[in-house]
Design a protein. Sequence first.
Length: 296
Amino acid sequence: MSEHKSITVFTPTFNRAYCLGQLYESLVRQTNSDFIWMIIDDGSSDNTNELVQSWIDEQKIAIHYIYQNNQGMHGAHNTAYQNITTWLNVCIDSDDFMPNDAIECILSHKEELKNDQLAGLIALDANKEGTILGTTIPLEIKTARLNDLYYKHQVSGDKKVVIKTEVVKKFPLYPIYKGEKLVPLGTLYLLIDQQYQWLCTNDVLCIVEYLPDGSSNTILKQYKVSPRGFGYSRIVKMKYAPTFSEKIKSAIHLVSSAIFAKDAKLLLQSPNIILTLLAIPFGVALNFYIRYKTSS
């Protein structure tokens, strides 16, 4: 079924039956139905399965449901990328939803996205009040690397990334570490940045709501319990960071992650050992700070 659609909207979810309906209704309202909704159920113990089955039975939109044992957000992304067969894909989180014309907006860029130099599309997120998260993309910028938008052009705030499936399949999956639940998702986009540009648009493709149990609000605790995942992210960032200050920051965080992991060998994976050694005192201080902030 998905082979005949242009876009996969994929949603990692874990015990989010209470809020998934908002996203479902927004997909039902889409002005263009050229998409499939892929739900990656990351080990939910609530009634997500039954709820999704009721939506499948309604036959209002194409739905592909995949259940897996809990692997964390990045593990759900891995599963999505391994199963998507459509030309494009976009992740919409379980507590977010899409404006009614989001799919139509994406497909309005179909001809431009046929350019082999482009990995996909960068667009905007907004909140329920209609306020853009961070800044818009300067109108004169038609294509750019994602990192350049933030560091060269001073764009801020979360942005929505639509990726060509053939592009994302060229890059390694997120590593899975035993007992850990998160590898920062931006690591993949940084790798893609090294080979591709992105088409830029100020279309709003996602309405974001940060819930108390969402990853954005629990990031320090996740940092603490997923040190190898965060360490991997810092190693990649040290290699490709666009500024020296970002390399220093990544070195400091790598030291902190190695302390949480109780594994000094993590430091040996650094692409800049000298910088990492110099960062040790600051990494120790950061580690103490995170322990203090997450102690309550």
